[in-house]
Design a protein around this ligand. Structure first.
Ligand SMILES: C[S@@+](CC[C@H](N)C(=O)[O-])C[C@H]1O[C@@H](n2cnc3c(N)ncnc32)[C@H](O)[C@@H]1O
Length: 218
């Protein structure tokens, strides 16, 4: 997601002028669009049909949560792909830019936005069909320094995502673990709290860097 391996810092990379830079960067837009399309493809991947209880996705306008939607690059692609999207972001500076785009989008009425922390979602149980998160999920560990706190955060967040998803709900998380320990922490938080699935990496030998988790709620 970052150019020349420069890692973004939360929240400074997304506040004030930086939120404008993010939203106006053609490179970033192209990159995030490409990643979102790949995540949408993974959401419909037939390998996920056979994970847990077998099912097949049809063409319904599923309600999909975009966790950490930022200025709306990912949400825009998801509504264009036929989904109804609830975009969630913790930063007003990012979310307000997504909001300003709605009137100009085809099917803009299929995008709803919520200013919230993805760790504590104000969303009813069993109400969401699917979840997608692009380049945002690792930020739930922001300022979580010791192992106990990190462990509690990833597990509680996974439990709350299971709570809001309908049974068989699919979830695609694209994120950037910083090392193997962090990768395993995220993976086990899902498998220990009601999800089955698998991982895709461009380079499976590399534990950090871009990672896709393809998950399905039991
Ligand atoms: C790199 S941007 C990605 C935005 C968007 N998904 C895209 O593809 O362009 C990361 C976003 O995650 C949001 N974020 C970080 N921590 C969050 C949290 N705890 N809850 C909700 N959003 C969060 C940030 O505010 C930022 O807008």
């Amino acid at each position: 997601m970052t150019r020349k391996n420069k890692l973004p810092e939360f929240p400074n990379s997304y506040l004030g002028e930086k939120s404008y830079e993010y939203d106006n960067s053609k490179w970033m837009e192209r990159n995030q669009n490409k990643t979102t399309l790949l995540c949408f493809q993974y959401l419909c991947d037939e390998k996920l049909d056979n994970v847990g209880k077998k099912d097949v996705l049809d063409k319904k306008p599923y309600i999909t949560l975009d966790l950490g939607c930022g200025t709306g690059f990912s949400s825009e692609i998801l509504i264009a792909s036929g989904l109804k999207v609830i975009g969630v972001d913790i930063l007003f500076d990012m979310l307000i830019k997504a909001k300003s785009k709605i009137p100009h989008l085809e099917n803009g009425s299929n995008l709803y936005l919520i200013l919230a922390d993805m760790k504590y979602l104000p969303i009813r149980s069993n109400s969401i069909n699917h979840i997608i998160s692009i380049s945002a999920y690792n930020f739930i560990l922001h300022e979580k320094k010791d192992y106990k706190d990190r462990n509690k955060t990833v597990n509680n967040t996974a439990k709350s995502l299971k709570r809001i998803l309908k049974p068989n709900g699919r979830m695609i998380i694209e994120f950037y673990p910083t090392n193997e320990e962090e990768l395993n922490l995220f993976r086990s938080s899902f498998t220990d709290n009601g999800f089955n699935g698998f991982m895709i990496k461009q380079n499976p030998k590399q534990k950090k860097g871009q990672t896709f988790l393809l998950l399905k709620r039991w």
